[in-house]
Design a protein around this ligand. Structure first.
Ligand code: DX5
Ligand code: ZN
Length: 226
């Protein structure tokens, strides 16, 4: 799945930004509070308006302190998936349950320096694992290929039936990086600048999807399933 990040879109024209990627799977919404990350974007009122303005499922990535307090509100606002950062959460399991009971999928995100192994057990309570491939806070940064080891670990646990979740990657995903991410076992690809800096964002989504399929086919062949 391809999830364009509106962080790289024109914030004065978010409905148009959503329309321009109507063929995407999810619309990725980066919520930043200027505390957990050194940048400030949008919050609940904008998500509520965006929900009314598009049919695309909203994938809310909360880069905020105290997500336990705020995350369920995003599910109530209609988000399809609400992702919290494990580095910020006090009680991620309780928060995942609150997000799910408000009707959304629950996501857990890890920064590039955060290992995945300590969280494999609690990931049973989540629907998505968002592996950050840049330091959270800004679009347009360079992809960090070393995080793909965490993707491979999570993919092994999913394939073995120990976990059931979407593996999502966020940061620096573009034509030159998406295939290696797909090959490592990513299901959902967030792309901000690669989509919204393109002349035709809708076409950029289709090109990324085709490349992700290519990487996935390679992964399947390596597993002897292709
Ligand atoms: C960064 C955000 C990303 C950002 C990705 O903290 O979480 O979603 O929009 O932007 P690109 O794709 O440009 O790296
Ligand atoms: Zn994001």
């Amino acid at each position: 799945m391809i999830a364009p990040s509106i962080l790289s879109a024109d914030f004065a024209n978010l409905a148009a930004a959503a329309d321009s990627v109507a063929g995407a799977d999810w619309l990725h919404v980066d919520v930043m509070d200027n505390h957990f990350v050194p940048n400030l974007t949008i919050g609940l009122p904008v998500v509520e308006s965006l929900y009314r303005a598009t049919d695309l499922p909203l994938d809310c990535h909360l880069m905020i302190e105290n997500p336990d307090r705020w995350a369920p509100g995003y599910a109530e606002a209609g988000a399809a998936n609400v992702t919290i950062h494990v580095e910020a959460a006090t009680d991620p399991v309780q928060t995942a349950r609150a997000i799910r009971s408000a009707g959304a999928l629950a996501g857990l995100s890890i920064k590039p320096g955060t290992p995945v192994d300590p969280y494999l057990e609690i990931l049973r309570e989540f629907d998505t694992l968002l592996v950050m491939s840049v330091e959270p806070g800004f679009g347009g940064q360079k992809f960090m290929p070393e995080v793909l080891d965490k993707v491979r670990t999570a993919r092994e646990h999913v394939n073995a039936g120990h976990l059931r979740l979407f593996i999502e990657i966020d940061g620096g995903i573009a034509a030159d990086t998406i295939e290696q991410a797909a090959d490592a076992g990513v299901d959902v690809f967030v792309a901000g600048s690669a989509v919204y800096a393109a002349d035709d964002p809708g076409r950029a989504v289709e090109l990324l999807r085709a490349q992700a399929r290519e990487g996935m086919a390679r992964c399947e062949r390596a597993l002897g399933r292709g």
